[in-house]
Design a binder for this molecule. Structure first.
Ligand code: PEP
Length: 257
């Protein structure tokens, strides 16, 4: 299955505000699964995005292995008087190679608008990080047929002009599917991902053809294979099911040949 892909998939786990040092044991189990064993997924990049407090120890533990580490948000500035914030440069210094920006929880809890998300993605690029830019419609928007309109607007407003397949990943995360156990049908995901590929093509040109487009929202071991097989789905952004190594590795099994 994976050998026919022209884009190497990425499965990224977003721990959100979960995990103290004891959770490093789960990351260690993921690392071990990646390092060997019969369930080792091939040809897929695997990332964990822990709370900022765990990036450094997780990165140190992951050194020399294939597990990638990401942050969950960043400030637009590199440094300065912004109490409680963390810059993309700080994430990079701690060992992250990517950062999630524009997650719907940031958009809702912190009032982040598309222009804020774009500025954060630009900050990520400035620091040499891959920006994982999240987009997705709410249940209300979906109910009145606005899904593609919303996604188009978010892509236009949130994705920087300098985005390339090398520095940017897009995650389609329907807000109503996050943490609810609900998922769109494979056909719905296919429609949105094809739309994103075309829209990004108009925005960014040829690079959009190989940009990774993730699906996120209640991905678990039991639905991963079906969702990851959808055209233009190049991996997953996983919330709840990334907290336990066994659950997360169950999702990675979708990529075991
Ligand atoms: C998320 O919040 O990015 C997410 C996909 O969450 P969950 O997998 O728990 O739905």
């Amino acid at each position: 299955m994976t050998s026919a892909r022209k884009i190497k998939p990425l499965v990224a786990g977003n721990w959100k505000m979960n995990g103290v040092k004891a959770a490093l044991g789960e990351a260690h189990k993921v690392r071990e699964a990646l390092a060997g064993g019969s369930t080792r997924p091939s040809a897929v990049d695997v990332m964990l995005c822990p709370p900022a407090t765990l990036i450094s120890p997780l990165a140190q533990g992951a050194a020399g292995g294939s597990l990638l580490i990401g942050g969950q948000d960043c400030h637009v500035k590199a440094s300065g008087a912004h109490t409680g914030d963390i810059s993309a440069e700080m994430l990079a210094d701690a060992g992250a190679s990517a950062v999630i920006v524009g997650h719907s929880e940031r958009r809702m809890d912190h009032g982040e608008m598309d222009r804020d998300v774009r500025a954060k993605a630009e900050a990520a690029h400035r620091a040499g990080l891959t920006a994982i830019i999240c987009v997705g419609e709410t249940a209300g928007e979906r109910a009145i047929g606005l899904t593609l309109t919303v996604i188009g607007r978010q892509l236009a407003g949130s994705v920087p002009k300098g985005a390339t397949a090398a520095n940017t990943v897009i995650a389609y995360e329907p807000v109503w599917a996050i943490g609810t156990g609900l998922t769109p049908t494979a056909a719905d995901v296919a429609e949105v991902h094809q739309f994103m590929r075309q829209t990004l093509g108009k925005q960014l040109g040829e690079t959009a053809g190989t940009m990774r487009l993730l699906y996120g929202g209640s991905v678990k071991a039991s639905n991963a294979k079906e969702l990851m097989a959808v055209a233009n789905v190049d991996g997953a952004l996983v919330g709840g099911a990334s907290l336990k190594a066994d659950d997360f590795c169950g999702i990675l099994a979708a990529y075991v040949d």
